[in-house]
Design a protein around this ligand. Structure first.
Ligand SMILES: CC(C)=CCC/C(C)=C/CC/C(C)=C/C=C/C(C)=C/C=C/C=C(C)/C=C/C=C(C)/C=C/C=C(C)/C=C/CC(C)(C)O
Ligand code: SAM
Length: 374
């Protein structure tokens, strides 16, 4: 065990110590909750702390709404408790308990003689990918039942890692193994693609290669927005096969080229003036991540662009998503970590890229972007 030697952290450390002693004092808390000027602040902070303590219950109420298809039922219009109970296949008491809980969270709304979809329920329903994410969270939830154990083990080895470890298995070509994860990624891709397309001028390029492009959901969206762009996709062979099926039915003007291989071992195809890495870099530990960046550097022409799109750590206003959610998600997955924009920029420089620049996106909570030039 490392002994904690007293250290001096300057005036900021002293201020934090004084502030924390005050905030922890029951007498101060009692005073602040009663004094009219501090009462709103005390209530707000208590509410935020309560959400932190009880948030897993809220998530499970949401999971029950998704599993029972409650939002779909309410999207047809307001309904009585009795009708809802029969439609979502719960006893009346159970349905009413769920409806009350969901109403408290803004997901549904009580209305005369019944219930309607709430405003957050409606926003959530508008993004199908979120429902898919919620539905697969039972895997992460199981892994997080023992968070300290997970941290001690260094992550992985649990329910979530089983979903994606095909990529590191000795036979990563198994169609069944890749199906669930690839479908999940494709379903959640619209959340990401729309922001990347709004933020980055793809039409200025001629040929785009999406590395780790999954089933091709990202390319299909970019292709629809920039039809002159020639498209290519690189992923494991079994995943590429799934992309072929999607492209066949997507009605793109030109069929994208599909390359099957291992981006850590095989050379990437050349002749593309932009390569994208969408939700890929953060899946990998630093060593393989740097290998991948070097592989991309070697494939790009001089002046070619690498575009990295993924949630990033320490993003102002989105640190809870980057550092807390994705930090622990990737821990449970068993490899990778969310990196900050400056960490990614440093990795890009060690892979000999230049002109790294962050690209502002509309929703950094789920998507940040960075470009660099060979
Ligand atoms: C109309 C009236 C009366 C008033 C209008 C007022 C007004 C302007 C309201 C705004 C309403 C509005 C437009 C709301 C919009 C809400 C939105 C866009 C909400 C979006 C929420 C997004 C969420 C919750 C996203 C969640 C994403 C998750 C959990 C993603 C998980 C991704 C994973 C696990 C990816 C894994 C990839 C891997 C494996 C790590 O590589
Ligand atoms: C998190 S998914 C992202 C998929 C897609 N870009 C998206 O955002 O929906 C990571 C992708 O990288 C692929 N992948 C992982 N390891 C790989 C490897 N060594 N070689 C090629 N592709 C790999 C996976 O098959 C998967 O499609």
């Amino acid at each position: 065990m490392i002994s904690s030697t007293p250290q001096k952290y300057g005036w900021r450390g002293q201020w934090i110590g004084w502030r924390n002693r005050l905030l922890a004092s029951p007498r101060f808390q009692r005073f602040a909750s009663r004094f009219p000027l501090t009462r709103p602040i005390a209530r707000r902070r208590a509410r935020a702390l309560f959400d932190l303590v009880a948030g897993f219950t809220y998530s499970q109420i949401l999971a029950a709404c998704i599993e029972t298809d409650l939002f779909e039922v309410l999207a047809e219009g307001p309904q009585t408790s009795e009708v809802i109970a029969s439609r979502i296949d719960l006893p009346l008491a159970g349905a009413e308990r769920l409806l009350r809980g969901a109403a408290a969270l803004g997901l549904v709304e009580p209305i005369e003689k019944g219930w309607a979809l709430g405003s957050d329920g409606a926003a959530l329903r508008g993004n199908r990918g979120i429902a898919e994410m919620v539905a697969h969270h039972h895997l992460l939830y199981a892994d997080l039942a023992d968070p300290v154990g997970l941290l001690r083990r260094g992550g992985g080895g649990g329910a979530l890692s089983g979903l994606w470890h095909y990529a590191e298995s000795p036979h990563p070509g198994d169609a069944r193994a890749v199906a669930a994860y690839s479908a999940l990624m494709a379903a959640s891709q619209p959340l990401i693609a729309a922001q990347a397309i709004d933020a980055y001028p793809f039409h200025r390029h001629r040929r785009l290669l999406d590395v780790g492009g999954g089933e091709g959901a990202f390319l299909a969206e970019v292709g629809a927005r920039a039809p002159a762009l020639e498209l290519g996709l690189f992923d494991l062979p079994a995943v590429g096969d799934r992309a072929r099926v999607r492209f066949d039915s997507a009605g793109l003007t030109k069929q994208p080229a599909i390359f099957g291989g291992d981006f850590l071992r095989d050379p990437l195809p050349q002749g593309y003036d932009i390569i994208s890495l969408v939700r890929v870099l953060h899946d990998h530990d630093d060593g393989p991540a740097l290998e991948l960046l070097r592989n991309i550097y070697n494939a790009l022409p001089s002046g070619g662009t690498l575009l990295i799109v993924e949630p990033m750590a320490r993003t102002p206003g989105a640190a809870a998503a980057g550092d807390a959610y994705f930090g622990f998600y990737l821990l449970a997955m068993g490899s990778g970590r969310p990196r900050s924009a400056s960490e990614i920029a440093a990795m890009l420089r060690s892979a000999r890229f230049s002109q790294t620049r962050q690209i502002a996106t509309a929703m950094p909570l789920t998507t940040s972007a960075m470009a660099a030039v060979r």
